[in-house]
Design a protein around this ligand. Structure first.
Ligand code: PMP
Length: 422
C-alpha cells in the first residue's frame, strides 16, 4: 500500500524496537530455527503464533481445572464451567456484544458460517431467494451457501471487484434486490488484504431489509471489533488466527436472530427435556453448543483476547501498518514482481507473483532460508480466476514481525530470482 494520511499518522506512532523485542519474547516459537536459520514467520494469515499467556493458561487449565462442564456437582466441574462461561464473557466484551449469550463457541469461522447457513438458511430461505456474496470470499463463505443452492434452490449473486482488489460497492448495492435475503462478505480479504467498508455496507443492506453476515476471520487479529457499532447481524472469527488455540471460534449473532434459529446439531447440553415423544431445546447459547465443547480452547481464546488488550489495538495497528507500507515499498523494487491487492485500506498481508517463477518454488526456496509464507490459492479460487491466476505467494504479518525480517524476505527473493532466472 502506498502510505496514505491514515498510515502516515500510524507510522509516526510506530512502536520502539525495544517494545517489539519485548513482544517477541512473549512468543516462544519465534526463538526457534528452521532449516538452520532463525524462523521468520510470515504466514500469520493462515494461523498466528501463540503467546506464553495462552500456552500457560491452557497448561494451567489441564493441570488444575479440567472436568466436563455444565453437568457435574463436583468442584472441578463447577470450576471448569466457571472458567468456560467467564471466557464467553471475555469474548463478548472483546467483540462488544450486548450479551454473552450472543457469543456461541464453534470450531472456527468455517463452522460458524455453516451453522448460520444450515440453521438460519434452512429455516428462512427457499427456491429463488438470493444470497449476495463477493468474488473475494474465502471458500468458507462460498461453499456453505452453495450447498443451500443445491439443497433449496437458492441463487448466489456475486459482487465484482476492481483491478486494485477493492469491492465495487456501488455494484454490490445494485445487486441487492427484493429477492436478496442475506448479504455475506469478508471484513478483510485473506488473499488481497482489502478491508471492506463493512459498517457502511451493513447500513446499506439494512436500509433494504437485508441482514448481514460478516466474516471477520482476517480482520479480528488486526483491528478492534465492535459488533454493535458495525451493526452486523452475525460475525464469525477463528481463535487460531487471533493468537488463540486451534479448534475454537466464535459465532456472534444478535440475540433476537439467534434465538429464533433452530438448533444446528443435536445432542447433550443443548436440550431441555428429551423423550421419545419429543424433545425441547435450551435457549442461548446452549442450544447451539451440542456435546462437550472445546473447553480449553475457549479458555485459551479468552487468554488471547486479554493478551491483545494488554498490547493495545493502536500499537498493533501502528506496527502492522508500518510493516505493510515498508514491505510494499521493498517488494515493488524487485524486478518482475506484481502485487495483487492494492486497496487503499488493507490488513497487513501481501499477495504477489514474480514473472517466470512459480509460487510453490518461491515458497519452498524461502523455507530453506527459514522464511514461512503461504503459496497457492489461499482458499479463494474464484478470486484468482478473476485475475487469471491460480494462486500467489502471500506474506502476512503480525505485530511481532519486524522490518529486519522483511529485509531478509527481500534478500531471499532476490537470491531466488538470480538462481532461477539468472
Ligand atoms: N474466512 C476467511 C476470510 C479466512 O481467511 C478463513 C481462514 N483462512 C476462514 C474464513 C476460515 O477459517 P477457519 O479455517 O479457521 O475456519
Amino acid at each position: 500500500m502506498i502510505p496514505n494520511k491514515q498510515t502516515e499518522t500510524l507510522l509516526a506512532d510506530r512502536p520502539s524496537p525495544e517494545t517489539i523485542a519485548a513482544w517477541r519474547q512473549d512468543f516462544p516459537i519465534l526463538g526457534r530455527e528452521v532449516n538452520g536459520k532463525p524462523l521468520i514467520y510470515l504466514d500469520n494469515g493462515a494461523s498466528s503464533q501463540k503467546p506464553r499467556a495462552v500456552i500457560n493458561r491452557l497448561e494451567h487449565y489441564y493441570a488444575h481445572e479440567h472436568a466436563n462442564i455444565h453437568r457435574g456437582v463436583h468442584v472441578l466441574s463447577q470450576e471448569a464451567t466457571g472458567a468456560y462461561e467467564a471466557a464467553r464473557e471475555t469474548v463478548a466484551r472483546y467483540l462488544n456484544a450486548a450479551e454473552a449469550r450472543e457469543c456461541i463457541f464453534t470450531r472456527g469461522a468455517t463452522e460458524a458460517i455453516n451453522l448460520v447457513a444450515s440453521s438460519w438458511g434452512g429455516a428462512n430461505l427457499q427456491a429463488g431467494d438470493e444470497v449476495l456474496l463477493t468474488v473475494m470470499e474465502h471458500h468458507a463463505n462460498i461453499v456453505p451457501w452453495q450447498m443451500l443452492e443445491t439443497r433449496l434452490g437458492i441463487k448466489l449473486v456475486v459482487a465484482p471487484i476492481s483491478d486494485e482488489g477493492e469491492l465495487l460497492v456501488e455494484e454490490w448495492e445494485k445487486l441487492i434486490s427484493p429477492r436478496t435475503k442475506l448479504a455475506a462478505f469478508c471484513h478483510a480479504s485473506n488473499s488481497l488484504g482489502t478491508v471492506n467498508p463493512a459498517k457502511a455496507m451493513i447500513a446499506k443492506a439494512h436500509a433494504k431489509g437485508v441482514p448481514v453476515l460478516l466474516d471477520g476471520a482476517q480482520s479480528s487479529a488486526h483491528m478492534k471489533i465492535d459488533v454493535r457499532d458495525l451493526d452486523c447481524d452475525w460475525f464469525v472469527c477463528s481463535g487460531h488466527k487471533i493468537f488463540g488455540p486451534t479448534g475454537i471460534g466464535v459465532l456472534y449473532g444478535k440475540a433476537a436472530l439467534l434465538g429464533a434459529m433452530p438448533p444446528y446439531q443435536g445432542g447433550g447440553d443443548m436440550i431441555d427435556v428429551v423423550s421419545f415423544s419429543g424433545t425441547t431445546f435450551r435457549g442461548l447459547p446452549e442450544r447451539f453448543e451440542a456435546g462437550t465443547p472445546n473447553i480449553a480452547g475457549a479458555i485459551g481464546l479468552a487468554a488471547a483476547f486479554d493478551y491483545l488488550d494488554s498490547i493495545g489495538h493502536e500499537a498493533i495497528a501502528a506496527q502492522e501498518q508500518d510493516l505493510l507500507a515498508y514491505a510494499t515499498a521493498q517488494l515493488q523494487q524487485i524486478e518482475g514482481l506484481t502485487i495483487y491487492g492494492r486497496a487503499a485500506e488493507k490488513v497487513s498481508l501481501i499477495s504477489f507473483m514474480i514473472d517466470g517463477l512459480h509460487p510453490n518454488d518461491i515458497g519452498t526456496m524461502l523455507d530453506m532460508d527459514g522464511i514461512a509464507v503461504r503459496t497457492g490459492h489461499h482458499c479463494t479460487m474464484p478470486l484468482w480466476e478473476r485475475f487469471g491466476l491460480t494462486g500467489t505467494t502471500r506474506a502476512s504479518f503480525a505485530f511481532y514481525n519486524t522490518r529486519e525480517e522483511i529485509d531478509a524476505l527481500i534478500t531471499s527473493l532476490n537470491k531466488i530470482r538470480r538462481l532461477f532466472l539468472g
